[in-house]
Design a protein around this ligand. Structure first.
Ligand code: OXD
Ligand code: MN
Length: 609
């Protein structure tokens, strides 16, 4: 099938208009077939953009290196371009949509010269699910097409669902590097200069316009752009939730299963938690999704979640047999690696993979690289944000229900961040609205030196949505409260917990081992849902009694007391920081209900002193 066979007149005209503006050499429809995927990858390997990995070690896998200027999401070039600036709120970059569209139209003019334009019809969520949404991405990057084919459901079946007049979210993408007559990329990753990169969202018209970057969330427009920023706007208007959350299934030794979603800022081990291998005998954890959850009430009054994605775009460095064996297995075939080291026998390697580099590598900058453990200043072979793009279905822990079109019923929602002090291992909200308060105050220690924030400081990242909310975050808090008020049956709302795997002693030693041991906390969450867990009420919320969570090896009773203590002074400082530096940002968009929770927390803490 090709573009001329498209039956949807509006879609056809939209494609023709953009082709007239961007002037590509040819137009190809991504039909979703494995034959087309293989052909694309073969072409990319032949043109020098990608290296085919050793079929005996990594069958069906390729490795790409990007341009050093194009290695991550670029938040400072990401815009929520609503008509009114106030609707983008204090946490988003804003530009007037007319001005932004003018600037970007000028950049798009002729930008696909010498390149192929690909049309990618995609579904976020299982085909035909009442919770799914359809998008169409136009791109001039074959890398984007191949990644979208793993991360979403692509092709002819989506066009069939669209019919002759179905609704889709229109998404423009170009790497922003037109080729002159006879010019070639010579196998180098094409992209535009930083000041010409734009990741733009138009919430009123539900459009995504991306230019200049070929990497990850900047270019695979189904993920952060559609499934979070635009979806939050759709969810607000339609009464559901589009969230930066993993979805997991936990099953007790008695065979009872519950589903849990969890929001954690980037770099807090979300993918590891979603694929966790429990250390407690008899318990099982399975994966439904590792990054995004869309949640809607079912006709039974229960909140149901789907994973809108079909693959994992996971951070490679640090992924090892110990930290996440399931991810390594998922990414052992039919996977695209970006910015990792490649060994002489064409296998992959990265820092934290669990073994030393086997001989000479080609690093992510295309240079020869030999590991020198005595050189503390040696640049890494893999970029810290190097990624694997792997099909979800290949994950050994994938749950049988992961593609269920009606979604999975959610029993519990976790919020968390990287907090060395103050925040206990786990506490639970009294109810939904109190849980919204907990989500609104989430913060995480800044670890990446690249961020414009001093390492070691706490960056508030409410609901782990700071870079992903498509409208005013104060209004987003209100939407969460409204969802609770509108719940058909408040008893059936998920219970909400705040967890912290990252507590340290004054000497900087981890108090909690994390990874598979986090299953002990999940067990307590499960038991709270069952009504069987031991708990106490405290000034900050409901907490486990000291003996309610089995201690992992190496965690003493003293450690456990510290992990489950209410640090009154620490919390009083926390309240002060929220009152001074966090909540005021939202001005009159901050829901009154949340300000009341902050006052109540403060008086509870003072009364307990
Ligand atoms: C991601 C992120 O890439 O959250 O998933 O940054
Ligand atoms: Mn994410």
């Amino acid at each position: 099938m090709n573009v001329n066979d498209i039956k949807h007149a509006g879609l056809k005209k939209w494609i023709e208009d953009f082709a007239a503006l961007t002037n590509p050499d040819e137009i190809i429809l991504a039909d979703g077939s494995s034959a087309q995927y293989d052909e694309l990858i073969d072409q990319q390997v032949a043109a020098g953009y990608a290296t085919r990995l050793n079929p005996a070690k990594k069958p069906g896998c390729v490795a790409y290196n990007s341009d050093p200027s194009d290695v991550a999401r670029v938040e400072k070039r990401t815009y929520i371009s609503s008509v009114k600036q106030e609707d983008a709120g204090p946490t988003n970059n804003w530009m007037d949509p007319t001005q932004l569209k003018k600037e970007m139209t000028d950049l798009y003019r002729g930008c696909m010269k010498g390149r192929t334009m690909y049309i990618i019809p995609f579904s976020m969520g299982p085909l035909g699910s009442p919770i799914s949404k359809i998008g169409v991405e136009i791109t001039d990057s074959a890398y984007v097409v191949a990644n979208m084919m793993i991360m979403t459901r692509v092709g002819v079946k989506v066009l069939e669902l669209l019919g002759t007049d179905g609704y889709y979210v229109p998404c423009y993408h170009s790497v922003g590097k037109p080729l002159a007559e006879g010019e070639s990329d010579n196998g180098k990753w094409p992209c535009a200069a930083m000041e010409h990169k734009y990741i733009s969202h138009f919430p009123e018209t539900r459009e995504i316009w991306s230019y200049g970057s070929g990497y990850g969330g900047n270019a695979l427009l189904g993920k952060k752009c559609l499934a979070l920023r635009i979806a939050t706007v759709l969810a607000r208007d339609e009464g559901w939730l589009a969230e930066h959350m993993l979805i997991l299934k936990i099953t007790s030794p008695e065979g009872k299963s519950r589903f849990v979603t969890g929001a954690f800022p980037s770099a807090c081990g979300k993918t590891n938690l979603a694929m966790l291998i429990p250390t407690i005998p008899g318990w099982k954890v399975e994966t439904v999704g590792d990054d995004i959850a869309w949640m809607k009430f079912g006709s039974d009054g229960q909140l149901y979640a789907i994973n809108p994605e079909a693959g994992f775009f996971g951070v490679a460095p640090g992924t090892s047999d110990d930290s996440n064996r399931n991810a390594l297995i998922a990414a052992s075939s039919n996977t695209i690696f970006t910015n990792v080291g490649v060994t002489e026998d064409k296998d992959i390697w990265w820092e934290g993979i669990g073994y030393d580099a086997p001989g000479k590598l080609i690093d992510w900058n295309d240079n020869e690289w030999v590991q020198d453990k005595t050189d503390k200043t040696q640049k890494p072979a893999a970029h810290p944000n190097a990624r694997f793009t792997a099909p979800a279905v290949q994950c050994p822990s994938i749950a049988a229900e992961w593609e269920d079109p009606k979604g999975v019923p959610v029993s519990a929602i976790l919020f968390g961040g990287r907090r060395p002090k103050t925040i206990p291992l786990v506490h639970q909200s009294h109810d939904w609205a109190h849980g919204v308060f907990l989500g609104s105050i989430v913060g995480s220690e800044v670890t990446a030196a690249a961020l414009d924030v001093k390492a070691g400081t706490i960056r508030r990242d409410p609901f782990a949505m700071l870079p992903f909310c498509g409208y005013n975050m104060g209004d987003y808090f209100q939407h969460w409260l409204d969802v609770g008020h509108a719940a058909p049956d408040a008893e059936k709302l998920p219970k909400i917990f705040y967890v912290n795997w990252f507590r340290k002693t004054a000497e900087g030693k981890w108090l909690w081992p994390g990874y598979g041991e986090n299953s002990r906390v999940l067990k307590w969450v499960f038991e709270r849902c069952e009504g069987t867990a031991k708990f106490v009420d405290t000034p900050i919320g409901i907490m486990p009694t000291i003996d309610a969570i089995d201690r992992p090896e190496g965690v003493t009773e003293e450690d456990m007391k510290e992990l489950l203590a209410v640090d009154l002074d620490g919390w009083i400082n926390e309240v002060e920081d929220i009152r001074t530096n966090h909540y005021p940002k939202f001005g009159n968009h901050l829901p009154k209900e949340l300000a009341v929770f902050l006052d109540t927390l403060e008086s509870n803490l003072k009364a307990a002193k």
